[in-house]
Structure formats: C-alpha cells, structure tokens
Design a protein around this ligand. Sequence first.
Ligand SMILES: [Fe+2]
Ligand SMILES: [Fe+2]
Length: 327
Amino acid sequence: MQLPPPRGPLSAWLNDRLTGGDNAQPAVPVRASDEPFADGDLQLALWVAYELQYRGFDGVDPDFQWDPEIIAFRARLERPWIDWLEAGFRVRPDDAPVAKQLRALIDADDGPRLAPYLRRHATREQFRDFILNRSVYQLKEADPHSFGIPRLDGAAKAALVEIEADEYGGGRHERMHSELFRTTMRWLGLDDSYGHYVPEVPAVTLAVSNVMSLFAVHRRWTGALLGHLAALEMTSTLPNRHYAAGAIRLGASEAEARYFTEHVEADAVHEQIAAHDLCGNYVEQYPHALPDVLFGARCSLAVDNLFAHQLLGTWKTRARRPRTAAV
Ligand SMILES: [Fe+2]
Ligand SMILES: [Fe+2]
C-alpha cells in the first residue's frame, strides 16, 4: 500500500522520515490530549508506525521497522494514548474466574445500538460506510492477535492457535475471514485492496486498529491482547446476526452476507475458547496478568463504542443536513 497522506505535523514527520526526507529535522513533540482517539494526526501517525510491523508501504525500506528514531517516536506517540486508556478503562479484578469477570464486563457495557440500526434502518449508503470503516481492521483480521502466539505456552497457546486457525480459514484461502469480508466489500462496490480507505476514515476508526496493535507489538501487553480478543469474540455473535439480516434486507446474496453468518456460528465457539481456554489458562499460569486481561477487554469495548458513536453521529448529522439542489 501507499503511505497515506499526513494529517498534521506528527504524521508528516513520520512520512518524511520514511521517504528519506530531511532526517536532520528533530521529531515534533507529542502533546497530551483529552481525546487521543479523536486526534487524526496522532492516530494516523500511530497507524503508520504500527504498519511497519505488518506489511509496510510501497517504496519504504523494510529496515525502517526497527529504525531507532521511529521506535522512539512511536513510544512518544503511544504515551498520551496509553495514559488515556489507563485512566479510563482500568478495572478492579475480583476473585471470580476470569471468564466470569469478562462476562460481567460485557454485560455491564451499554454501548450505542449500531448493530440493530444496521439490521433495521440503515440505507445501503450507510451500510457501505460501515463496511468501508471496518475494512481498515477486517482486511487484516486476526493479524494483531497472532502476535500473541509465540508469547504463550501450553493450553493457552493451543487455544489461541485454534481461534486463529478458524480466522485464517482453516487452511482454505477462500474461507479466511478477511477474504469473506472482501466479498462483502465488492457487493457494495468498495475497493478491497489492503489499506485503501485509511486516508479517508476518521481518527476513531484508526484507533480501533491502533489499540490492538499497541497490545500486539509489545510483549508487555500480552494479557491485554488476550483480553481484547476475548471481548471481540464474546460480543460478536449477536451483532453479526444483525449485520447479516441488514445485509440481506439490502439485497446481499448469501455469499455476500457470509462474512456475518460465518461469525454467528464461529464466534459462538470462539467466545468459549477465548474466555475459558485462552484467558482462563493464561491467568492460571500468570495470575498477576488478570488486571491486564480485563483492561484489554474493557479497552476493546470502549473503543468499539466510540467507533459506533461516531458512525451513528455522522449519519444523524447527514440526515439533518438539507439537500441542496444539483446544479
Ligand atoms: Fe473472524
Ligand atoms: Fe472469531
């Protein structure tokens, strides 16, 4: 993919560095932010810095993955982001089994009702907008959580591999979840190439990916990465049933809605594996990691809620705006 155009001084500095610009320029300072999830420059710079750990960019030297100046810059970008997550979404653990604590967090979560809206009311344009935004993560679905595999042992490792094997289609390319998602994108006339919509999505869409990548690339955040995955899997079945019904209502074929129907079935199993076999075994092995597991789950729920809030808000604003006559 091409480097996305910068959105401010942070992403501009990084682009300049990656394309061999004037390296003598010191990195610009990163300011504290009350709402780092809504800061387009910060989130894009983080997204680009993390992407160096995934597939990189056309024309950018792969050795920049470990460029000390970029790693140091990324650490500065992460500071306000981590501080904000820590301040808002730390959870006090109790003595119950981790699966039960995860379930309690999810049951207590009261986010915007994006999925029922998509099922019953969304126009094709709104559904397209939803899929366009989701493509930033879904085209690399499961990749962030796969960073956890080499960091685990025993039963927890086996559980994560079992989930990820399904996400990657059990060895069948056409069944990979990212490929099923591509079929849905093509139904809506969207470009299904990796990262295509990064330049146009809002900051919070990038934040959805960046919270996963933060937990993925740092071994220190392995517990949070597993909790994040558990929350994704445990909140997937019902929304995907809604998305599937919405897609069919808007004219999708069975194949075009398969991404969603596949998740209704697969995630009913994955949520059990993630909560019990993955997080349960991990916390048994590393009891001190329990707070991080819950933190990761809560971050997943919170950032997803902000994403839903943003989309619904955008649609409401557009609906209110009077239509101007075509000239
Ligand atoms: Fe999936
Ligand atoms: Fe899953």
